[in-house]
Design a protein around this ligand. Structure first.
Ligand SMILES: Nc1ncnc2c1ncn2[C@@H]1O[C@H](COP(=O)(O)OP(=O)(O)O)[C@@H](O)[C@H]1O
Ligand SMILES: [Mg+2]
Length: 404
C-alpha cells in the first residue's frame, strides 16, 4: 500500500455540501441587511419615530404594524429597530434601546414587563415584585440611565386575547417618565385594535404601517437576494426560484413559506446526492408542506380553537366545496368534540372562537345575504387536507392537555 490509499479519505470533501453554502441564510430568524420591497414600510416607521429623536422624552410614540403571516412584519421591525438604535446614537447622541417581546410566549402584562426588565438590566432580581413595581423600575432605570426604549410587542393579538386590553392600557399609561417608552405593536389583524382604549386606538389609526402580501415577482426578488449566499454556485436556477415564488404567492404572499420551500427543496436534492435543485424537488416539497402552519404555531392555540379548525378542515373536505357555512362547521365541531371527549362550547362561544381564528389569520369569513337571510361562509387560509393531518396528529398527542 502507498499514499494513494489515503486519497479516498478526501473524496467526500466538497461533495458533502453540494447544494448549500450556508443553509441558515434561509431560516426564518435570519434577517438580511436589506429587505427588498419594504422601503415604504421602513420609511414610514422612520417618519413616525422621528419625533422621538427630535423631541426625546416628550411623547410616547405608538405605531401599529399589521399584515398576514410571512409578510415581513418581524423582519422589518427588527431591521428598523437596529437602524434606529444606531442612528439615535451616532447622529443624535441618544441612548435608544429596543426590546422585542414575542407575545405568543409572553401573554400577561407581568411576563411582558419581566422580559423587558430582564433585557434592560439582566442583573436585577425581579422575584416577588408586582407588575406595577417592575413597570416603575423600568421607568426609573431609563430615567437614571438617561436612555429611551423602543418596545416591540410582536404578535400582540395573543397578549390581547389572553390578558385583554387592560394589559396594553397599563403598559402605555401616562405616568412620570413613561414617555421614554415608545411602542410598536405588531398584529396579524388591524381590527383587533378596536378593543383598545380610545386614546391608543385613535393614535394607532393614524400611525399604521400596513404590510400587503408579496406578489410572485416580489417573492422572486426576495429569494434571489438570498440564493447566492445560501447555495453553491449553479445549484439553483431562475426557474426553480420562480417556481418557489409562484407557489409562495399562491399560499398567500408569504415569504417565510417561499423560503422554507426553497430550503426543503435543497435538502431533498442533497439527500438524493444531486448538486442541483430541480422543479420536481419544489413540487414534491410543496405537496408535503401543503401550506400548513408550524406545529408550534398550532400548539399556541387553545384546544377549543384546534377543534374548531379541525372541524372546518373536515367539513371542507367532506363537502368538497371551497367554503362551508357556519352550520356545517358547527356540526363538524360537535362531532369532533365528541370524538375527543371535550365539552362543546355553546353556539355564541363557538362563533366568537371563529372570529378570533379569523383575526389570527387562520380563516377567512364572508357574510352572504340570500333570500333566506344571512349566512356566513368560512374558508381556511391553509390546505384543508394538510391542516386535518396536522391537527389530528396534535390532538391525538394531547391526552393530558387541559382541554380548555
Ligand atoms: N422583504 C423581505 N426581504 C427579505 N426577506 C424577507 C422579506 N420579508 C420577509 N422576509 C423573510 O421572510 C420570513 C418571514 O418574515 P417575517 O418578518 O417573520 O414575517 P411576519 O412577521 O410578517 O410573519 C423571514 O425569514 C424574513 O426574513
Ligand atoms: Mg412575525
Amino acid at each position: 500500500m502507498d499514499e494513494s490509499h489515503y486519497e479516498r479519505f478526501f473524496d467526500d470533501i466538497g461533495y458533502s455540501r453540494k447544494v448549500f453554502k450556508d443553509e441558515a441564510i434561509l431560516f426564518p430568524d435570519y434577517v438580511p441587511s436589506y429587505l427588498p420591497h419594504r422601503d415604504v414600510q421602513i420609511k414610514q416607521l422612520v417618519d413616525y419615530f422621528r419625533v422621538a429623536l427630535e423631541s426625546p422624552g416628550k411623547v410616547s410614540q405608538k405605531v401599529l404594524c399589521s399584515g398576514k403571516v410571512g409578510v415581513g412584519k418581524t423582519a422589518v421591525t427588527r431591521l428598523f429597530s437596529s437602524l434606529y438604535e444606531k442612528e439615535a446614537s451616532t447622529r443624535f447622541k441618544l441612548k435608544f434601546r429596543s426590546v422585542s417581546v414575542d407575545c405568543r410566549k409572553e401573554r400577561t402584562l407581568y411576563s411582558v414587563l419581566q422580559s423587558v426588565a430582564a433585557a434592560l438590566d439582566p442583573y436585577q432580581p425581579f422575584k416577588g415584585f408586582s407588575a406595577r413595581d417592575i413597570h416603575r423600575m423600568i421607568l426609573e432605570h431609563l430615567e437614571a440611565d438617561n436612555s429611551y426604549l423602543l418596545l416591540i410587542l410582536d404578535e400582540v393579538d395573543y397578549l390581547l386575547d389572553a390578558s385583554g386590553a387592560d394589559a396594553i392600557y397599563e403598559l402605555t399609561r401616562d405616568e412620570k417618565g413613561s414617555s421614554r417608552i415608545n411602542f410598536i405593536f405588531i398584529s396579524r389583524s388591524s381590527t383587533l385594535m378596536a378593543e383598545l382604549d380610545e386614546s391608543t386606538k385613535s393614535t394607532l389609526l393614524h400611525n399604521h404601517v400596513q404590510f400587503p402580501p408579496y406578489s410572485a415577482g416580489e417573492l422572486r426578488d426576495i429569494l434571489a437576494q438570498r440564493a447566492p449566499q445560501a447555495f453553491q454556485r449553479g445549484s439553483v436556477d431562475d426557474e426553480v426560484l420562480g417556481q418557489a415564488a409562484a407557489l409562495g404567492s399562491s399560499a398567500g404572499g408569504d415569504a417565510r413559506f417561499a423560503l422554507e420551500l426553497l430550503w426543503k427543496a435543497g435538502k431533498r436534492a442533497e439527500s438524493e446526492g444531486r448538486d442541483k435543485i430541480t422543479p420536481e424537488d419544489v413540487r414534491v416539497v410543496f405537496g408535503d408542506l401543503e401550506g400548513v402552519p408550524s406545529e408550534d404555531e398550532l400548539l399556541s392555540l387553545p384546544t377549543q380553537s384546534l377543534l374548531s379548525l379541525l372541524a372546518i378542515a373536515r367539513a371542507l373536505i367532506s363537502t368538497g366545496k371551497d367554503r362551508v357555512t357556519t352550520g356545517e362547521a358547527e356540526r363538524a365541531y360537535l362531532a369532533a368534540c365528541e370524538e375527543y371527549g371535550v365539552e362543546a362550547r355553546a353556539h355564541t362561544a363557538f362563533w366568537e372562537g371563529i372570529q378570533s381564528l379569523k383575526d389570527l389569520g387562520f380563516l377567512t369569513t364572508e357574510v352572504k345575504v340570500e333570500n333566506k337571510g344571512r349566512t356566513t361562509l368560512i374558508n381556511m387560509n391553509y390546505s384543508a387536507g394538510g391542516m386535518r393531518k396536522a391537527l389530528e396528529s396534535i390532538l391525538g398527542k394531547l391526552p393530558a392537555r387541559a382541554f380548555s
